[in-house]
Design a protein around this ligand. Structure first.
Ligand SMILES: N[C@@H](CCC(=O)N[C@@H](CS)C(=O)NCC(=O)O)C(=O)O
Length: 259
C-alpha cells in the first residue's frame, strides 16, 4: 500500500493526492505537519516537509519527483501529456505553480492564518497581484485551445488548482475582462468530481483546524519563497523575521534512505 505524508492545506500535498486520485490508486495518509507526527515525517524526510511518499521500501520526496515516480510506476491514466513538446510545457506550468505562484501566495498568506497582528509590509500585496497577473496573462494565452491548460487534463491543471482555491481568501483579484478563460478553467475544474473531493478535504481540514497542532508562531522558510520576498525588496523585513526568531529553516535535503 502507498503511504502519503501530507497536509490538507499544502498545495504540494494536494497536487499529489489529485494525481493519486486521478490514477485511482489506494493509499494511506498521515498528516505530516501535525506536531505529533513530526517525528514520523522526519524519519522519512529529514527536511520535515510534505509531501513524502512511501511506495513499499522506496521513499520519494519533493512533489514533482513524486509525480514522476507515480507516472513511471502507474502509467495508466497519465498526467504527463504524450507529445514531447506539450509534456515539456505541462512540466513548465507545474514548475511555475510550484516555485512562483506558491511563493507569492504563501508569502502574503502569513497575515491570514498565523495569528500575526502586525500589518503586511507596504507594497507587498500590490507586488503579489502584479506578478500573479503576469502568470494569469500567460495562462490566458495557453487556454486558447481548450478547457485544460495543456490540451487534456494534465499535471499543469493538478498543480495549479490548489493555489487557485486560495485566491479569494487572500483577496487576489482575477478579472473577467482580462482573464475570462482562466475564470472559465477554474469553473470547469470546480465542477469535476476529482477537484470537488480535493476542496472538500481542505474545507474539512479548515473546519477542524486546531492551531495548537500546527506550528504557527514560527514560519518554515525555503528557497523559492525567500527568493520572491527578497526579489521584491523586502530584505530588511525578512532579516527582522530572522532576528525575531520567527523562522524555521528546513532540515538537510539529503536523499532519503530506503528501508
Ligand atoms: N519543493 C517541495 C515543497 C514542499 C513544501 O513547501 N511543503 C511545505 C508545505 S506547503 C512544508 O512541508 N513545510 C513544512 C512546514 O510548514 O513545517 C515539493 O514540491 O514537495
Amino acid at each position: 500500500m502507498l503511504k502519503l505524508y501530507d497536509n490538507a492545506f499544502s498545495p504540494f500535498a494536494r497536487k499529489i493526492r489529485l494525481a493519486l486520485d486521478h490514477k485511482e490508486l489506494d493509499y494511506d495518509v498521515v498528516d505530516g505537519l501535525k506536531k505529533s507526527n513530526h517525528g514520523q515525517l522526519a524519519a522519512v524526510n529529514p527536511r520535515i516537509e510534505v509531501p513524502c511518499l512511501r511506495d513499499g521500501d522506496i521513499t520519494v520526496v519533493n512533489s514533482s519527483d513524486i509525480v514522476g515516480h507515480l507516472e513511471y510506476r502507474f502509467p495508466d491514466r497519465p498526467v504527463y501529456p504524450e507529445e514531447a513538446g506539450v509534456r515539456v510545457r505541462a512540466r513548465a506550468w507545474e514548475r511555475t505553480a510550484d516555485t512562483l505562484v506558491d511563493s507569492i501566495l504563501t508569502d502574503i498568506s502569513y497575515w491570514s492564518w498565523t495569528g500575526r497582528t502586525d500589518p503586511m509590509p507596504d507594497g507587498l500585496f500590490g507586488a503579489a497581484q502584479t506578478d500573479l497577473d503576469a502568470v494569469f496573462d500567460q495562462l490566458e494565452r495557453d487556454l486558447q485551445t481548450g478547457p485544460f491548460i495543456c490540451g487534456a487534463l494534465s499535471i499543469a491543471d493538478l498543480a495549479f488548482f490548489p493555489h487557485m482555491t486560495g485566491l479569494r481568501t487572500l483577496r487576489i483579484g482575477l478579472s473577467s475582462e482580462r482573464h475570462p478563460r482562466v475564470l472559465q478553467w477554474f469553473k470547469t475544474m470546480r465542477g469535476m468530481d476529482l477537484f470537488k473531493a480535493d476542496m472538500q478535504r481542505t474545507r474539512d481540514y479548515m473546519q477542524n483546524f486546531d492551531p495548537q497542532e500546527i506550528e504557527t508562531g514560527r514560519i518554515f522558510w525555503r528557497g523559492d519563497r525567500i527568493e520572491w520576498i527578497l526579489a521584491k525588496g523586502y530584505h530588511d523585513w525578512f532579516l527582522g523575521e530572522i532576528k525575531a526568531e520567527r523562522v524555521i529553516w528546513p532540515g538537510l535535503s539529503l536523499p532519503p534512505g530506503n528501508n
